[in-house]
Write a protein that binds this ligand. Sequence first.
Ligand code: PFF
Length: 549
Amino acid sequence: MAQQEVREGWRTGFGFILAAAGSAIGLGNIWRFPYITGQHGGAAFVLIYLLCVALIGLPVMLCEISLGRHTGRNPVGAFRKLNPSSCLLAHLFGAGIALCGVMALLMKSWGWGGLLLLIGVLIFKYRWTLVGVMGVVAGFVILSFYSVVAGWTIGYVFKAATGQLAFETMEAANASFVGFIGHPGWAILCHFLFMALCVVIVCRGIRGGIEKVSKLLMPVLLGLILMLIVRGLTLPEAREGVRYYLSPDFSKITPQCILQALGLAFFSLSLGMGAMITYGSYVSKGQNLFKSTLAIVGLDVLIAFLAGLAIFPAVFALGFKPDVGAGLAFVALPAVFNQMPQGLLWAFVFFLLLLVAALTSGISLLEVVVAYWVDERGWTRKKATLVFGGCIFALGCLCAASVMDWTHIQPVQRALTTMFGRTKDSFFDTMEVVSDWMLSLGGLLIALFVGWIWGVRRATNEIRQGSENFADVHLWSVLAGLKDDPSHNSDVHVITLASVWGVFVRFICPVAIVIAFLNTIGWLELKGPETIPEPEPAAIELEAETEAP
Ligand code: PFF
């Protein structure tokens, strides 16, 4: 590992909270959360989502931040530093996957066989460090399509500013949207602009770039969303939308939507790929990690909730339906805004809000990749940002060009189909599915690593610095893996935050994630009564298969 100069840190604890909340608050909150809530009948889904965030998201986020601060490294460096010199579990796992690869090769499935064999050998050799590697790769992959969608918001801000978003009907809005995203030139230009913004910010470093921009943009984001809420709630008939959003109908809850809520929680909280490990690595030792985690999660949930409150009353008040799927933001809302006085202004405010949210998330995705090359490879920040910003842009161009279908890049499709058999409809779909697998697997492995390998006791000792109340009162210490910790062996047996957290990290989170994961990959078909309506044509194109993490 290359020797590096003194590592930067956040200027203030508040700066860290805003930057991490900025990473968490993004398209996941303002685009995905409202449309998925709309598809699953509103309030009941919101409740389930909140439970997933509190019971799974919060414990895993504390794992990531404490791993980051303890090691002071990017995800690869963090796992490398704590990687046990031998780990039976990792060896068995690696050997098993390699064996599956050999079997696939014997069955002449060259693409999958080769890939599995390679992964198996790598796991066998590098053990837990690979979790960090997977995080860096996920940052790369996710940003390449995230930036394409974020680019659309740039296009829509421009369209709203120049009066091109006035649609009388949803059909007209849909036709315009499909035309816009299906035009590779526009999509690539907007994607370029978004990536350029990310590169400029990340180049300027932690304090001068990410922290400064987050401190500026987060209040702007809150201001924009409050403006939209006031506008929505003051429309006549807005009450219908508020009722839909806030009074739960539990008959709408299906096992499938619980899993979808869990997946959304992971994506929305930026968990499973080491973004929070990276941001945590710049935190000072005196900072209260538990309270910071609570604040980040709280802000993320608040903004998702407010986004719903900004959208649903307006949708209902103007006679639209909330269940149009992924096209809610880009198709339904322009038509909704068009019915309001000064509609273009409100459309402009909304898409600017989406852009601001996407930008603070985009920089965190790029930072994960950059931090690896700076910490582990000794590159300068500028070089790493420019080189990898460029590579991500190039991969994103494939997504942008193939968002509707493969017609623009058929040679790539043919190559992938030959190697892996049937492929998804577009490169964009493929990327989204790959990233969802990576996040869910990453979240599971991070929880298992902290719970069983690094150990809750050591993690707790890290969190204790700056948060004394976290661990100094107790009960489930044995179950939580804290029984050898002297301060958990006093005569007074009361539940501590640390012991409850330990139980979650060791048992509850991994089991829940495995269930959600199996559902994502289709090995566990949890289906309830069919309540999900058919999405709009544009929504079908965009519908990510991201039901679970
Ligand atoms: N949390 C972001 C959102 O809600 O849009 C997406 C994201 C950012 C996921 C960073 C993962 C990540 F590491």
